[in-house]
Design a protein around this ligand. Structure first.
Ligand SMILES: C[S@@+](CC[C@H](N)C(=O)[O-])C[C@H]1O[C@@H](n2cnc3c(N)ncnc32)[C@H](O)[C@@H]1O
Length: 272
């Protein structure tokens, strides 16, 4: 049996019971956080999102995925989705009319609060605060994955689409950025992480980077685990971790450290 998705009309159907089978074409899981992906490569989903805790949560219906294959909305015999840039220049641009049809289809199935985001190097850099907001305040997202030179600007204006970036580098498409956004958001949804404390005590959760972690063996390559971590003194361990967390943040991310200090100065809780 093949893992390749089969398209019928505008919807992507998976004929096998692989992780892709867990994706739905309509948001029919009441209350499940929904990621709609508009992409030229629906077969790239769920990808790594079908593994481990994310895959389990998908299977358990804590969240769901819908893909919209841009090719299905293509123009003419060859289902063209792109054309040359107005004004000349290299590459191709995804057509506004093709994108409009795909977005309209996706939005017809959107329920509740579901912003449309375009993955783009020009966008607002993704951060933990953004993911916390998406997990807490939305019922899902519609994610537009670009390819080639990107999308016709008019589509962004028309739908009021916000651009979000994975970082200051350029990839060939938005799919990896979409998967990063979904992973970082879904793991914050109630019930997804086995140990809810993991999301409380980790980098960015309190505005700082995380302290170093160690595990067995106690001695490895002449290197030992810091004594305090083996002391059993939880107060001392917490103090050591906080100290390490602050030192690492100061050294590696002065921007985060300054923001942390400013929040404390204003009498705010560390992650407000
Ligand atoms: C080759 S890029 C287009 C880059 C575009 N011409 C520019 O200079 O901004 C193709 C697609 O990859 C995606 N992409 C590339 N880099 C990204 C990033 N850092 N974050 C999010 N999406 C990105 C976007 O969807 C984009 O439309």
């Amino acid at each position: 049996m093949t893992d390749t998705p089969k398209s019928t009309g505008r919807k992507t159907i998976q004929p096998t019971f692989t992780p892709r089978e867990l994706m739905t074409d309509t948001p029919d899981l009441a209350g499940a956080w929904t990621a709609q992906i508009i992409t030229l490569f629906p077969q790239a989903f769920p990808g790594v999102l079908g593994e481990s805790l994310m895959g389990k949560a998908l299977k358990d219906g804590l969240w769901q995925l819908q893909t919209f294959d841009l090719r299905d909305y293509g123009i003419g015999k060859h289902k063209n989705v792109d054309d040359t840039p107005a004004g000349g220049g290299a590459g191709m641009v995804l057509r506004a009319d093709v994108l409009e049809a795909a977005i309209n289809d996706a939005r017809a199935g959107a329920k509740g609060v579901m912003p449309i985001l375009y993955l783009s190097p020009r966008g607002k850099p993704m951060d933990q605060e953004m993911m916390r907001g998406l997990a807490a305040n939305t019922d899902g997202v519609t994610l537009l994955c670009g390819r080639f030179e990107g999308v016709d600007e008019r589509i962004l204006e028309h739908f009021g689409i916000q651009e979000v970036s994975l970082g200051d580098f350029v990839m060939t498409g938005g799919e990896l950025a979409a998967q990063a956004l979904i992973d970082a958001t879904v793991r914050l949804l109630p019930g997804v992480l086995g140990n809810a404390d993991s999301a409380i005590e980790e980098s960015f959760s309190n505005g700082l980077l995380e302290h170093p972690q160690y595990t067995k063996p106690a001695q490895w390559q002449d290197r030992e685990i810091p004594d305090v971590l083996l002391s059993g003194n939880h107060k001392k361990i917490a103090a050591w971790r906080q100290d390490q967390s602050e030192e690492i943040t100061k050294a590696r991310r002065p921007d985060l450290w300054d923001a942390h200090e400013a929040r404390l100065k204003n009498g705010k809780a560390p992650q407000d």
